[in-house]
Ligand binder design. Structure first.
Ligand code: OSB
Ligand code: MG
Length: 374
C-alpha cells in the first residue's frame, strides 16, 4: 500500500453543550481529519489535538505543522505492508503522538477497505458491542451537576464520569453519590492537583468511586506512585501514559492500578494495542478514553475497546452527546444495555458526509510526493 496523496482538513465543530474540565471550558472542538489515498481508494483518520495545549502540549496547529512538514514526507514513497509499520517509520520525529496517530488511523481505515476487512478484526477485537459511559464536564454548581447526570442516566448510560478540580471535588462527587447511591461513578482531575492539594481527595475513598483519574501532572509518574498508597480507590492514569515505555514504567513502579488507553495520546492504534497487551499480561485492567471525537475517531475507539483487556466501560458516548451534526453519515447510538455496537463494515466502517466536512473545515491542504521533491 503506497500513499499517493494526503488531504488534511482542520475542523472546528460546535459542541451540543459546553465541556468544562480543570484545564478550561470549550464550546467548540477542533481536530484534523486526514484522508490518505491509495489504489483508487481513501481512508480517514482523526487527529485529536484540540485548539489549546490544555490537555496535552499538542494543538491542532502543531499537529498540522508536524503532519505537513515532517510526517507526510516520510509517508510518501513507502510501501506499507501493514499500518503497524507506521510507528517505526515516524520514530525519528520526537513526540507529537496525536499528529502521528491521526495519520496512522487513516492507514488502518485504508488498509481495511483495500483488504475488505474491518479495523475491529484487524486489531483482533471480537465483541459485537462495547460497554460505555459518559464523561460529564464541570457544571455551575453540584445541584446542576446532579440534574445533568440525571439526564444521562435517563438516556441509559450506566456509568458516569465527572470532572473534578480543587474546591469542586468532594462536594460534587458527594452530591452525585447521594442522589444516586448505586451507579458506577468515577472522577477525572486532568492533572489539577499536586501531592499536597491531593490530600483533599481522601473523602472520595468513602464514596464508592470506581477510579480517580490523573490527579497529578502528566510528567509525574513518581508522585502518583507516592499518592497511590494513601487511597483505597484505584488511581488511573490518562495524560501520563504517552507511550508503551511509560505504561511499562508506570506498572513497574506501581504508579497506577488501572490504565486509560487513548490511541491518540500514545501515537496510534498499534501502540494502543501494545499497551493493552502489556497491561493484560500484568493483570492491570484498561479502559478506552475519549477525546470528544467525531464519528471517525469514535469508530476507531470502538474497535480498540473490543479487545478483551478493556474491563471498564469506555468514554465512548452516542454521537448526539457531542455534536448536532457529525461529519460521518453514520451516527452512533446507545443500546439499552449501555453499550455501543462496533462497526463491522470494511475499514473503520464509517463514511464521510462531505457537506458537513466542508461546513466545518476552516483550512484544507492537499499533499503529494511532488510537494517534497526538492
Ligand atoms: O481527560 O478523558 C479526558 C475530553 C477531552 C480531553 C480529555 C478528556 C476528555 C473526556 C471526554 O473526558 C471523553 C469523551 O467522551 O470523549
Ligand atoms: Mg482523562
Amino acid at each position: 500500500m503506497k500513499i499517493t496523496k494526503l488531504a488534511i482538513n482542520h475542523l472546528r465543530m460546535p459542541l451540543v453543550s459546553p465541556f468544562e474540565t480543570s484545564f478550561g471550558r470549550a464550546e467548540e472542538r477542533e481536530s484534523l481529519l486526514i484522508e490518505a489515498f491509495s489504489e483508487g481508494m481513501s481512508g480517514f483518520g482523526e487527529c485529536v489535538a484540540d485548539r489549546d495545549p490544555g490537555y496535552a502540549y499538542e494543538t491542532s496547529g502543531t499537529a498540522w505543522h508536524i503532519l505537513q512538514e515532517f510526517i507526510a514526507p516520510l509517508v510518501f514513497g513507502v510501501d506499507f505492508s501493514s499500518p503497524q509499520d507506521f510507528p517505526d517509520l515516524v520514530s525519528p520525529i520526537r513526540g507529537h503522538p496525536m499528529a502521528k496517530a491521526g495519520l496512522e488511523m487513516a492507514l488502518w481505515d485504508l488498509a481495511g477497505k483495500l483488504g475488505d476487512v474491518s479495523v475491529q478484526s484487524m486489531v483482533g477485537g471480537k465483541q459485537e458491542t462495547v460497554p460505555v459511559g459518559v464523561s460529564v464536564g464541570l457544571q455551575a454548581c453540584p445541584e446542576e451537576l446532579v440534574d445533568v447526570v440525571e439526564e444521562y442516566l435517563a438516556d441509559g448510560y450506566q456509568r458516569i464520569k465527572i470532572k473534578i478540580k480543587p474546591e469542586r471535588d468532594v462536594g460534587d462527587t458527594g452530591a452525585v453519590r447521594r442522589a444516586y447511591p448505586d451507579i458506577l461513578l468515577q472522577v477525572d482531575a486532568n492533572s489539577a492537583y499536586n501531592l499536597g492539594t491531593a490530600q483533599s481527595l481522601l473523602p472520595l475513598d468513602d464514596m464508592d468511586v470506581l477510579v480517580i483519574e490523573q490527579p497529578l501532572a502528566e510528567d509525574d509518574l513518581w508522585d502518583h506512585r507516592t499518592l497511590l498508597s494513601s487511597f483505597r480507590t484505584p488511581l488511573c492514569l490518562d495524560e501520563s501514559i504517552v507511550s508503551l515505555r511509560h505504561a511499562r514504567q508506570a506498572l513497574e513502579m506501581d504508579a497506577c492500578r488501572i490504565v486509560n488507553i487513548k490511541a491518540g495520546r500514545v501515537g496510534g492504534l498499534t501502540n494502543g494495542i501494545k499497551i493493552h497487551d502489556l497491561c493484560r499480561s500484568k493483570g492491570i485492567p484498561v479502559w478506552c478514553g475519549g477525546m470528544l471525537e467525531t464519528g471517525v475517531g469514535r469508530a476507531a475507539n470502538l474497535a480498540l475497546a473490543s479487545l478483551p483487556g478493556f474491563k471498564l466501560p469506555g468514554d465512548i458516548s452516542a454521537s448526539s452527546r457531542y455534536y448536532q451534526q457529525d461529519i460521518t453519515n453514520e451516527s452512533f447510538t446507545l443500546n439499552p444495555d449501555s453499550t455501543i455496537t462496533v462497526p463491522q463494515c470494511p475499514g473503520l466502517g464509517v463514511t464521510i458526509d462531505r457537506r458537513a466536512l466542508d461546513q466545518y473545515s476552516v483550512k484544507k491542504v492537499i499533499l503529494t510526493a511532488e510537494d517534497y521533491s526538492n
